[in-house]
Design a protein around this ligand. Structure first.
Ligand code: C2O
Ligand code: CU
Ligand code: CU
Length: 535
């Protein structure tokens, strides 16, 4: 697609973005800003306090008669709302319960969840007029296909869908976000994203809990002059905002005690990748990846963090002095567009608030954590190696996986698959990104995988844990080892640079079924949305 077809869209329609926002990221740009805010309205780093999204309470709890397990029932409403993101102006958003980011769900392994997801959104997005039909994915959960947020399994405004989540997996940081077919990027960018924490006894014993277990959802944004969100995905290459938001606030400052904290860092940016590092030069101690705790903690000076990846990180504030400010900075990576302040994320101000030293996690930096099924797989268990190439098709200009796109899946009546592993089979999947032009965070639904290698070498220290998104950098080839369990059915795989996903870097695979089998968990038919006639 040529530059002239680039869509530059602003919610509220207050003109187009300036030169800064119009650059394409392949030419490294020295742009000062993407936002059109006046100097007075443009936020600056470290001016506002850190906040977290509220924890969502279940509206009822019960027991599943089928197996005697506890079940939490939640209700969430997707709706348009106004958010206070900027110092004075308000910003129209789309949010779960009207929040940006949405409320955090927190529960224990073994407690199932049923979420009634109500779509009370307007009929159309105010920015480009696309229909606001949504699909909700709980990213990190091995859900049945009909509750997995299958992109084309959409719920229209005025309808609801009940999503069933099994929560049998090890403790981890999950997140839920919109997955509506072809408009995931704009919907997630507008606010439809939130964290979901699953605890288990091992994790509760090893790592900080409660107020020391901190959700950090990082995203980038650009703003129109009136405070509305701007959107420019550079011909579907990616969106690079000039404002870094943490839990919906620009570059906030958190007060911390002199103890160890745990941060559940989610990059919910639709395109930008980060390289977090501390201003002190002290290490970040990585203890968890997408699929939960790693076998062993890894201390790193910085690490590469793409959209949708989750890293759980310990920071030890014990040795700092009262009043000291420590910044969480962003060293960035190739093919991001950086602006004046995108090299900063948030800051910590150390206080002299007394530390509760009866909490054994206050000073604990564990080295050995816990094994997991994904991390104990060995390559010789693999029964098949499959190869996938991620690239842009020169003719159609669509992003593709093995030259397939979601349009091909739709055209096939949702039957076309790129792989058909047997149920419980272990396979090696090799993902190759020959192009030096882009990085692709590749996400595979259903499974936790182990990264075996990158360009034939050992994976980075910080990714030696169970993963469901892998950063496939420029010119990189990664090998992944995974077991297709515990559900049969069709699941998506796609790039998590969401403008890539929408245009149209998404395919599906079918676990444990033959093409002729009747699929009781067909995501297009097994659990339909219902008309919502409550209030
Ligand atoms: Cu986080 Cu298929 O997505
Ligand atoms: Cu997912
Ligand atoms: Cu991509």
């Amino acid at each position: 697609m040529s530059i002239s077809r680039r869509q530059v869209l602003l919610i509220g329609g207050l003109g187009t973005l300036g030169v800064g926002g119009a650059m394409i990221p392949t030419r490294s740009v020295e742009a000062k800003s993407a936002s059109r805010l006046s100097d007075r309205e443009m936020p600056r780093p470290f001016q506002v306090p850190f906040v977290q999204a509220p924890i969502l309470q279940p509206y009822s709890t019960g027991i599943d008669p089928a197996d005697g397990r506890p079940v939490n029932h939640y209700r969430l409403t997707q709706k348009a709302a106004m958010a206070s993101i900027l110092p004075r102006l308000t910003t129209p958003i789309l949010g779960y319960n009207g929040l940006f980011p949405g409320p955090t769900i927190s529960l224990d392994q073994g407690t199932k969840a049923v979420i009634r997801m109500r779509n009370q959104l307007p009929a159309q997005h105010s920015l480009d007029g696309h229909a606001l039909s949504t699909s909700t994915h709980l990213h990190g959960s091995a859900s049945l296909p009909q509750y997995d947020g299958y992109a084309s399994d959409i719920t229209h405004p005025g309808f609801y869908k009940d999503y069933y989540y099994p929560n049998f997996q090890p403790a981890r940081t999950l997140w839920y976000h919109d997955h509506g077919v072809h408009f995931t990027a704009l919907n997630a960018y507008s606010g439809l994203a939130a964290q979901y924490h699953m605890h288990d006894p091992i994790e509760r014993q090893l790592l900080p809990q409660g107020r020391y277990d901190v959700a950090v959802t990082i995203s980038d944004a650009m703003f129109a002059q009136n405070g509305a969100l701007g959107y420019d995905d550079n011909s579907h290459s990616g969106l690079w905002g000039d404002v870094i938001l943490v839990n919906g606030k620009p570059w906030p400052v958190m007060k911390v005690q002199k103890r160890v904290y745990r941060f559940r860092i989610l990059n919910s940016s639709i395109s930008r990748s980060l390289r977090p590092t501390l201003s002190t030069g002290d290490p970040l101690v990585i203890v968890g990846t997408d699929g939960g705790l790693m076998p062993a903690a890894q201390s790193v000076a910085n690490y590469r963090h793409a959209g949708a990846e989750r890293y759980e990180v310990l920071i030890d504030f014990r040795k700092y002095r009262t009043g000291q400010r420590i910044e969480l900075r962003n060293l960035s990576n190739k093919n991001n567009v950086d602006y004046d302040f995108t090299n900063r994320i948030m800051a910590f101000d150390v206080t002299d608030e007394p530390v509760d030293t009866t909490d054994p996690t206050w000073n604990r930096i564990p080295t050995t954590l816990v094994g997991s099924e994904a991390m104990s797989l060995v390559p010789k268990q693999s029964v098949k190696t499959r190869s996938f190439r991620v690239k842009r098709n020169d003719r159609t200009n669509l992003w593709t996986i093995n030259d397939d796109s979601w349009q091909d899946v739709i055209a096939s009546g949702y039957r076309k698959v790129v792989a058909d592993p047997a149920l419980n089979a272990v396979e090696i999947w090799e993902i190759e990104n020959k192009s030096g032009g882009w990085f692709h965070p590749l996400h595979i639904h259903l499974v936790d995988f182990q990264v075996l290698s990158r360009n034939g070498k050992a994976p980075f220290a910080y990714e030696r844990g169970p993963k469901d998104v892998v950063y496939v950098g420029e010119g990189e080839t990664v090998r992944l080892l995974m077991k297709f369990t515990p559900h049969a059915g069709v699941y998506m795989m796609h790039c998590h640079n969401l403008p890539h996903e929408d245009h149209d870097m998404m395919a599906q695979f079918r676990v444990g079924l033959k093409p002729s089998d009747l699929d009781p968990n067909d995501p297009m038919t097994a659990a339909r949305a219902e008309w919502d006639d409550e209030d």
